[in-house]
Design a protein around this ligand. Sequence first.
Ligand code: ADP
Ligand code: MG
Length: 442
Amino acid sequence: MIINFSNFKLRNELLKVIKEINYIRPTPIQIKCIPLLLNKYDVLGIAKTGSGKTASYVLPILNSITINSLQCLVLVPTRELAIQIKDNFLLFSKYLKFKILSLYGGQKYNIQLSKLKNNPNIIISTPGRLIDYIKRRNLINFNNIKFLVLDEVDEMFCKGFIDDVKFILSNINVKHQTALFSATICNNIKNIIKKFMLFPKEINLLLNKKKFDNIPKNIKQYYCLFYSYNDKINFLINFLEVEKFKAVIIFVKTKSYTLKLSNLLQKKGYNCSSLNGDMNQNLREKNINDLRNGNINILVATDIAARGLDINNVNLVINYDLPIDFKYYIHRIGRTGRANNIGKTILFINKRDIKIVYLLQKKLNIKINKIYPPNKNILLKIRIKKIMNFIEYYINKKNNNDFFYKNILTNILKKYNFINNEKINLILLNFIYDNLFLNKKI
Ligand code: ADP
Ligand code: MG
């Protein structure tokens, strides 16, 4: 039986948005979770990255709450995710009158305070900042909470978060529904989190539950061997030159290296920025927005970008440094191939560590194919093509009558046996002049 959104008996205001944003059919996790949450069950939802888990809880929540008080709390591990999920709530509540607020560190208290005093109906927060408000300011009234959501729930119950999360949960004493979501979960954590739920329904859409099967099939995975530090950086630069990417996230291990690598790529002329937890919040938000709207197309990030981020253009993920564990491999590469789009990932690996590739393949039940760095011939072809494209663009762009360089160009072209076409030659000369002599980026 084909299930449509209209089968869920959602408010017309929601169905209208669903239509507007062109969601044709609910995804499998939505088909299972939306009715359960509408029917007041607690839900633990487990499904692959990019499979639409957010709308699985956003829609039933928006369908069920009223505008009277704070009725929904969503906890997430990163600031960027808090913003993204707030935007999701805003999107779907376009025709409803809810007040939706995201709280996270790095944002000015006075701004957040005035919004808090405005009685939001839905708060999406990182744990730390919420605790500030609970402990010091006693400003948040949880007495009318109807929904508690923990997205990326396994992460929220890991060290670094667990004490904060337990503290927050201990402050919510009213009967409410709980919805927990992630693409990865282990039994250990499952047992802990079930203590916070009443008769939970577990929806696990990973096909083979004994083995991991939580990597979307539309992500093509590769590994590339390197032998030295220099290799690694050169391979990266060469891959970036030949890969047809709309946007790429490059994951590195340390905060400082995000800056170093992104500076280096900027010097090579790439539109590149970085993201790490030490950066000031305005810059973090700017860089993520730049990636979302295409102002930049390369983001060098720590694992802060590994979970939950949904950025449409990202069709390449490069694991420049190894992820800390299997889970992080899944989440990092899950930044691409979302909603059945095609994605590609390349894992850089030192020859000594090759066994990690075999382990990943075995444990995650996946195939990671070997890829070689682009060779000189391929690079040459790509470069010539780029120059030719640029010339074409240049021809159409302006009618340049600068004859001063004509002779030099003609000589260069003759010497290197270039095209025997005066117009192209002139344009090529001007191109070389503009871009190389004036030291502009190509
Ligand atoms: P997850 O949380 O499972 O990783 P998201 O909720 O972030 O995935 O959704 C991934 C992408 O899929 C988003 O861009 C979202 O807009 C899109 N999406 C979600 N549900 C649908 C649907 N029913 N039809 C089409 N696209 C969808
Ligand atoms: Mg998600």
